[in-house]
Design a binder for this molecule. Structure first.
Ligand code: AMP
Length: 397
């Protein structure tokens, strides 16, 4: 894999696609600078080589129009603070002004361009726009995993203008390696824990990973489609009736492939979808009418613990309960604790995709798992086995 380590950036201008799509408060202060921190090592390596960095990113969804509220000027100070270099900002990302600012950039300096999505051409993957971007650097570096699944001008098309002069930044390289460690080179037993609300949103992932794993733990709202399909009573639990056949075919496929599937055996059932609902522990296949399963039960968690602790490679996507409500967060917290324990015992653990990252952050598991993916959609598409255009564009000759 070709990374920034394969280049010496002395006197070179690196055009770096970063993901600085950070949250801002109403006074335009950055409220979470994780994504800026994540890009720091790549930028520092380039500056230490004696190069300069031209940073390009999107922020929010301006839909091709200049929107002052979504200007990257708001984050310029925060980027300076995190990188430790006073960053220059230019209020365009292509054209004369931007080219002049790049020409004036000296070694050790950092230039932040204006929001790429102020131009509709960015999301359209417009070639001419990408070519204009390509004038802004000698070497193209992609360090934005969060947008690697999009064939946008700055994430994919621009790479075509840098034959032999393009590479991955450290963050993107780390993401790719972490996914490979689970999907290709993972030490066995490999366990995938899939939760979340619906089977329908996870089906492609399940189908793709079955050939790569030994154990599949199913939790969360997905559970009830599987249980009802097998003849269980799920009461008012979330259930996709039209996906029951699919659920049965997954179970059969898993069996044929020698993958052990672990479904909940008991659940915390509630008489309302509310934090203050009445609750009771019931068998997963005997949930009374008017009640719904909202978290994993104690026996289930014991079973999950055993499987997780015996695993050497763990992938976690999706909470095993409605973790946003305190009354139904225990299952998800416990799964996090089991993964923490397994990781301490030497397992490699990867958490990624949508809400599982939110859960991991909320409960402080970020430093306890081996790797937390920074890209929701990109991670999900990787797990689905799709080739990500932003990654392919760097690998192509
Ligand atoms: P996903 O984005 O597919 O990973 O789904 C995450 C969502 O699933 C979270 O907002 C959870 O609250 C929700 N969820 C987890 N378990 C259940 C459940 N038993 N019933 C309803 N929703 C659930």
């Amino acid at each position: 894999m070709i990374t920034v380590d394969d280049f010496n950036f002395e006197n070179k201008k690196a055009l770096i696609r970063v993901d600085f799509n950070v949250p801002l408060d109403e006074d335009f202060n950055v409220t979470d600078s994780n994504r800026i921190e994540a890009a720091k090592p790549t930028i520092i390596k380039i500056l230490e080589d004696g190069g300069s960095a031209v940073l390009m990113s999107h922020l929010g969804r301006p839909k091709g129009e200049r929107n002052p509220a979504l200007s990257l000027s708001h984050i310029s100070e925060k980027v300076s603070e995190v990188i430790g270099v006073q960053v220059k900002f230019i209020d365009d990302c292509i054209g004369e002004k931007a080219e002049k600012a790049v020409a004036e950039l000296e070694s050790g300096e950092v230039l932040l361009l204006e929001n790429l999505r102020f131009y509709a051409e960015e999301e359209k993957g417009d070639k001419l726009f990408a070519e204009q971007l390509s004038h802004l650097g000698d070497i193209y570096v992609n360090d934005a995993f969060g947008t690697a699944h999009r064939a946008h001008a700055s994430t994919t098309i621009v790479a075509g203008f840098f034959p032999d002069k393009k590479c991955f930044g450290y963050l993107l390289a780390k993401e790719i390696k972490a996914i490979e460690k689970v999907m290709k080179t993972g030490e066995k037993p490999v366990t995938a824990i899939l939760g979340g609300a619906k089977v329908s949103s996870k089906i492609t992932i399940i189908e793709n990973i079955l050939s790569k794993i030994n154990h599949l733990i199913i939790g969360g709202g997905m559970t009830y489609t599987f249980i009802k399909a097998q003849g269980g009573k799920v009461g008012n639990s979330i259930c996709e009736d039209d996906k029951m056949d699919l659920a049965l075919s997954i179970l059969k496929k898993a069996k044929d492939m020698g993958v052990q599937v672990h479904l909940p055996v008991d659940v915390v059932a509630a008489d309302d979808f509310s934090n203050s609902a009445n609750t009771k522990i019931v068998a997963v296949d005997d949930i009374p009418e008017g009640w719904q399963g909202l978290d994993a039960g104690p026996k289930t968690l014991e079973n999950f613990r055993e499987v997780i602790l015996a695993s050497k490679t763990i992938l976690w996507n999706g909470p095993v309960g409605v973790f946003e409500m305190e009354s139904f967060a225990e299952g998800t917290i416990s799964v996090g604790n089991f993964i923490d324990e397994a990781t301490k015992n030497g397992a490699f653990s990867l958490v990624g995709g949508g809400d599982s990252v939110a859960a991991v952050k909320q409960f402080g598991f970020e430093d306890k798992v081996s790797y937390v993916s920074t890209g929701g959609g990109a991670m999900l598409e990787s797990l689905e086995g799709k080739s990500l255009p932003g990654i392919a564009a760097i690998l192509e000759a």
